[in-house]
Design a protein around this ligand. Structure first.
Ligand code: ADP
Ligand code: MG
Ligand code: ZN
Length: 625
């Protein structure tokens, strides 16, 4: 293992660019420019010294000046002492004084117009021409050397030498256990290929990691190389995309040649979708360069024998746009899903990144993870870092619970905009709206537990926010859970309507979310009695990037029925929220007041308000002895 690593290191050094002749051309050009500069400056005596206009006049009057040269913008004067004085001419000033003085002291003086000599004019014309000519020559020379010569700004595959930098191992990647399990086999193959060859087992030629951005695909690939202790050729798909036809393909060929010479090793193409996009139906529609690169990749994949010891890995978050030919058996025949981590996964990832920071003992990473469903590894890493930064800001000895709260708010809600001033009236309204959400969330059976309410304005839209803390990741929701969710969403509007004479725009986001849920209930989940158990419309797009478009595949009449059913669901939820809040107006008012005063209420504080004796006289009665 060690010798092969050495060889890699040596090879990498020879890739260093040799000083090509273009270097010398540049050198000559610079020298030329420097010479031209001196000619244009045309200061024959070089050692002139700049003085004030008045000084010059004074020296002339004292009879020390022997000769003067009047130029366009300056005057040079020789003195008896052998100095050369230089003064700037004063713009638009009558110089009779100086001329008279010169005349009185019998100083020779000559004038010199600006376009002295042919030189500057000639240079101005000839230089750009010469430069463009040289550039053209350079391009032609490179063209003759074949497409590789044209690789402007070459993206050489990066060979990562596993012995020098501290290698990434599987221990650094958390929360993606299924993907890891799949890759362990690859590592094992790279470590002892003989075992596989003896039994005639064929390791997959290509392993494609698919998953949303930031889930750790690149990290996993590097961990495979780190575990197997083999050279790791890494190049991004966009590194193949070039202006000139044929460059990408040539680069692909050279990548595989280098890899083959160094087997066993891993070739990793990140962001495969940049080269692997589905080829267009006709030559006209397609992108020639990209298609050639893709063809070359396919050819290379077919070219190497399965047991040469080269394992091709690639990562993408757009598997839907990949050319089907890439996914055929014998090419990327193993696909590994690197999905968003679940609760346990998030805890593990937080753990990996928290190793590097000093945590206060009371920090419960499981609780942190629970508040951020849907975050991926990269975001969790960022979260830990934000918390550490928050701890630094408050000069703490360790990263505490409050720091994580701040970091989560930052990541989920954007920065607090403390500078934005709300009027008393606005504040009252927002507080009432959020109290409505909070109170209903406390009352309906299936709502996620209430965590915190705040009316501190945030960057991302909301003026206030009611945070609920899901107890676990939800993969399946029942109809009554969805209905409760709708009710909580509409509770803000319901509270406003109960308290004020008219309603505000504050419920916009709630209504959008509620409508979306209701629409899904009707069209996808079969939860509307009117429309029955049919799936209406289907979704196209990448499931990893949340950029679906819904394709309508039903009649206009059905469309109208859907709209009606959606409206019915939302209306019912609003009525329910109202029914919850109506008998509890006083609690709502008390919560609103507390929120106005404190702007931020934790679960405990909310509970204290809601359960206070004034609001619940029967509960306040002292227990019978
Ligand atoms: P992808 O390639 O899937 O977009 P990366 O591998 O580039 O994601 O992840 C970016 C960074 O996020 C990593 O360097 C690492 O710090 C962190 N990260 C992402 N996923 C994980 C994970 N599963 N475990 C630990 N750290 C992770
Ligand atoms: Mg990546
Ligand atoms: Zn709301």
């Amino acid at each position: 293992m060690a010798p092969s690593v050495q060889r890699v290191a040596a090879e990498v050094q020879t890739v260093e660019p040799r000083r090509s002749w273009s270097f010398w051309v540049m050198l000559v050009l610079f020298a030329g420019l420097a010479i031209v500069w001196f000619v244009v400056r045309d200061d024959p005596r070089g050692a002139s010294q700049e003085v004030a206009y008045s000084t010059l006049l004074e020296r002339v009057r004292q009879g020390e000046v022997t000769r003067a040269e009047l130029r366009n913008d300056e005057i040079l004067a020789d003195t008896k002492q052998g100095e050369i004085l230089r003064v700037k001419r004063l713009p638009a000033l009558d110089e009779r004084l100086l001329v008279e003085a010169l005349d009185t002291h019998r100083v020779t003086f000559v004038g010199r117009p600006s376009s002295d000599g042919l030189w500057p004019g000639l240079v101005m014309i000839a230089l750009p021409m010469a430069i463009s000519l040289l550039f053209l020559v350079w391009i032609f020379r490179r063209m003759r050397r074949g497409p590789e010569g044209l690789a402007v700004g070459k993206a050489e595959p990066r060979v990562i030498d596993q012995s020098r930098q501290s290698p990434v191992t599987f221990a650094d990647v958390a929360g993606v256990d299924e993907a890891k399990a799949e890759l362990i086999e690859v590592v094992d193959f790279l470590k002892n290929p003989a075992r596989y060859q003896a039994l005639g087992a064929r390791i997959p030629k290509g392993v494609l990691l698919v998953g949303p951005p930031g889930t750790g695909k690149t990290l996993l690939a590097r961990a495979v190389a780190g575990e197997a202790h083999v050279p790791f050729f890494s190049i991004s798909g966009s590194g193949f995309v070039e202006l000139f036809v044929g460059v990408g393909a040539a680069r692909m060929r050279s990548l595989f040649q280098q890899a083959m010479a160094r087997a066993p090793c891993i070739v990793f193409i990140d962001e495969l979708d940049a080269v692997g996009k589905r080829r267009g139906p006709s030559a006209l529609a397609g992108n020639d360069e990209r298609e050639q690169t893709l063809d070359q990749l396919l050819a290379e994949m077919d070219g190497f024998e399965p047991n040469t010891g080269v394992v091709l890995m690639a990562a993408t978050n757009r598997p839907d746009v990949l050319d089907p030919a890439l996914l055929r058996a014998g090419r990327f025949d193993r696909q590994v899903l690197v999905d968003r981590p679940d609760q346990a996964g998030r805890v593990a990832i937080l753990g990996v990144h928290a190793r590097r920071v000093k945590l206060a003992p009371e920090v419960d990473l499981a609780r942190v993870a629970r508040r951020v469903p849907g975050l991926v590894g990269a975001e969790l890493a960022n979260l830990v870092n934000e918390a550490a930064l928050a701890a630094v800001r408050r000069n703490a000895a360790a990263v505490g619970v409050a720091d994580f709260e701040e970091a989560m708010d930052r990541v989920q809600l954007g920065l607090a905009k403390r500078g934005r001033v709300m009027t008393e009236g606005e504040k009252r309204r927002v507080a009432c709206h959020e109290s409505g959400h909070a109170l209903v969330a406390l009352s309906v059976r299936h709502a996620d537990p209430l965590h915190r309410v705040s009316i501190i304005p945030r960057q991302i839209g909301a003026l206030g926010v009611t945070l609920q803390l899901p107890t676990h990741d939800r993969y399946l929701l029942t109809e009554s859970e969805l209905a409760d969710r709708l009710t909580v969403l509409l509770a803000g509007r319901a509270a406003e309507a109960l308290t004020f004479a008219d309603v505000s725009t504050g419920a916009e986001d709630d209504l959008a979310k509620a409508t979306e849920i209701a629409r899904l209930m009707v069209t996808r989940y079969g939860m509307s009695a009117e429309l029955g158990l049919v799936a209406l419309g289907h979704q196209a797009g990448s499931r990893f990037l949340d950029d679906f478009t819904t394709v309508r595949d039903y009649s206009e009449m059905t469309g109208r029925e859907i709209d009606e059913a959606v409206r019915a669901l939302v209306d019912a939820a609003l009525a329910r929220a109202r029914a919850v809040l109506e008998p509890r107006r006083e609690t709502l008012a008390a919560l609103t007041q507390a929120l106005i005063e404190r702007e931020n209420l934790t679960r405990e504080e909310i509970d204290a308000v809601v359960a206070s004796p004034q609001l619940n006289p029967e509960r306040a009665a002292p227990p019978a002895p």
